[in-house]
Write a protein that binds this ligand. Structure first.
Ligand code: ADP
Ligand code: MG
Length: 219
């Protein structure tokens, strides 16, 4: 599903990624752990095509992304990649269901099909009654589940999650973990998750340790 080799990234004088190799199979749930500043978010952004590496190769869904134009990258990202961040980044002026629809609208899919799928996803995630609410009317756990539904709207091949439970209490964190595993079971959904949550790391298929810009326990 994902193969990257020799990923390097420098900000100014700071070498943040020092040649990272990583390989994720379809349907795997892999966690990345490591102290603050290790380069985890930078790596996730680069693998998710939100940022560019200085060197190295990335292949996602059997497609090499090196050499794609920004326009091609944006289309590829919208179609194949879902993101969940620590803060939900839902747009406050849109309802839950509209927020879920947005990546589908950007992908120019038929409006009705996108809306049906959005409602289906919200229902599946236990949020049917919340579809018409604005983000600020939802609890933190609900907001994060709406963000997961939004990440799923275009049926991405992989979801990158950066400390998705960092802002949740333990009960809501556990619910989100259970949701990830349910999505894997149902859709063979692949996840790469940066987390400080011990429980989630332990549940994962593999845990990658990151330190000073390198994965220290293989790839
Ligand atoms: P982590 O997610 O593991 O905490 P990050 O990838 O966010 O680490 O950051 C790694 C290092 O890179 C940090 O020292 C951070 O300050 C630096 N860094 C991250 N993004 C930028 C940027 N856009 N410009 C300059 N420095 C950055
Ligand atoms: Mg980070």
């Amino acid at each position: 599903m994902l193969q990257a080799t020799g990923i390097r990234k420098q900000f100014g004088n700071l070498q943040v990624l020092k040649g990272v190799d990583i390989r994720i199979e379809a349907g795997e749930i892999v966690s990345i752990v490591g102290s603050s500043g290790a380069g985890k978010s930078t790596l996730l952004h680069i693998l998710g095509t939100l940022d560019k590496a200085d060197s190295g190769t990335i292949s996602l869904n059997n497609t090499a992304i090196n050499g794609m134009t920004d326009r091609q990258l944006a289309a590829f990202r919208n179609q194949f990649i879902g993101f969940v961040f620590q803060f939900h980044h839902l747009l406050p002026e849109f309802t839950a269901v509209e927020n879920v629809c947005i990546p589908g609208w950007i992908a120019n899919r038929p409006k009705q099909e996108v809306e049906q799928r959005a409602i289906q996803l919200l229902e599946h995630l236990g949020l049917k009654e919340r579809a018409g609410n604005k983000p600020q009317e939802l609890s933190g756990g609900e907001q994060q589940r709406v963000a997961v539904a939004r990440a799923l709207i275009n049926n991405p091949r992989i979801i990158f999650a950066d400390e998705p439970t960092g802002n949740l209490d333990s009960r809501n964190a556990r619910e989100l973990h259970e949701l990830f595993f349910r999505l894997r079971k149902e859709f063979n959904q692949t996840f790469l998750i940066v987390t400080h949550n011990e429980e989630l790391a332990q549940m994962s298929d593999r845990v990658l340790h990151m330190k000073d810009g390198l994965i220290t326990n293989g790839s």
